[in-house]
Design a protein around this ligand. Sequence first.
Ligand SMILES: *Cc1c(COP(=O)(O)O)cnc(C)c1O
Length: 375
Amino acid sequence: MKLLCAGPTSIDKRVMDAMGQFLTNPDLDPEYTKFHRNVEKKISKLLKTEATSFLMLGEAIMGLEGAVCSLMERGERVLVLHNGYFGKGFSDYVERYGGKAVELKFDYRRGIDLKKLNEFLDKDSDFSIATFVHCETPSGITNSIKEIAGALNKRGILTIVDSVSAIGGEEINFDEDKVDILIGGSQKCLSAPVGLTTITISQRAKEKIAKRKTKVSSYYLNFENYYNYTYDSFDFPYTMNENLVYALNMALDILFEKDSINLHKKYAESTRKTIEKAGLKLYPLDSHSNTVTAVLSPEGIDAREITRKMREHGMIISGSIQDIEDKVFRIGHMGNNINKENFIELFQKLDIVFEELGVKLKTSLKDQFEKEINK
Ligand SMILES: *Cc1c(COP(=O)(O)O)cnc(C)c1O
């Protein structure tokens, strides 16, 4: 199956080969620690910061939960900004760990509106933490970290940002953008296997954690265990999976070889133009993501039919979730999915699927994509 979905993405053979190595005992070998810290530094480099980054063994949801339970104390009010499903999901972590989630909902087809956020904050800014999502993957919308985290930072509010589907594919300036905790995942634009969460954390967030009056309600998810670990002679709170880290290391080296941000932009723009020129409609009304394109299914066609038929043609693209499950299909131009031949094949197969479904397009998607990408 060819993967052109919104993650997990396809993986370069060099990454799988690196993963297959078995070299050492990660608990007992100081050379491993050095290597591991260097991989963490590559994450910071990707975010143009000297701030601490660390890796957690687990899928990225673990990082989202860990960020909330490490930074927040029981009873605290947390501002949950949401213009999509992952954004709203933060309320669940907040409430489970005894916080009070105050939701501010935005249009689910647009980026978070800075004006509306500021108007809200003028009335109520009594929060020490706010959460939001960088790229809302199910709807293909990328929020501006710079604007939103900047506005929150001005009011002294720390930000937790879910950048799982954007890290490596969208420009991030961790320091300048004033983010406090940024969560990434290995399996989207980084194109490494599922299983690692990346965390980058500001000094401001570390200080809040250091001043906690109550203990973090989780051992495994406690961020301080990762960046301040000093128990016995061990460097990590639990045994690391060296193979996943070798894979991530190679995936990052491959990413640094390319002009990853511009490559994502180019494929995203070509995909959007192709879709629109063929007479199809994009789901987002602004703030289009450079890592995933969400397309509205034509009138009368269930989007799940499109993804099912694409699988019959050997290609996995994504559907969506909840109330847009039947209305939206998505193309992931993420990391190692980006490859001209695969994209031409994708649009060729989509041409066939639409014909099978009796949908008349204004132009062949394949021909249009070839024009756009070769501009
Ligand atoms: C993929 C993703 C996650 C991780 O969620 P899974 O459903 O476990 O893949 C978290 N946040 C965002 C925005 C994502 O795209």
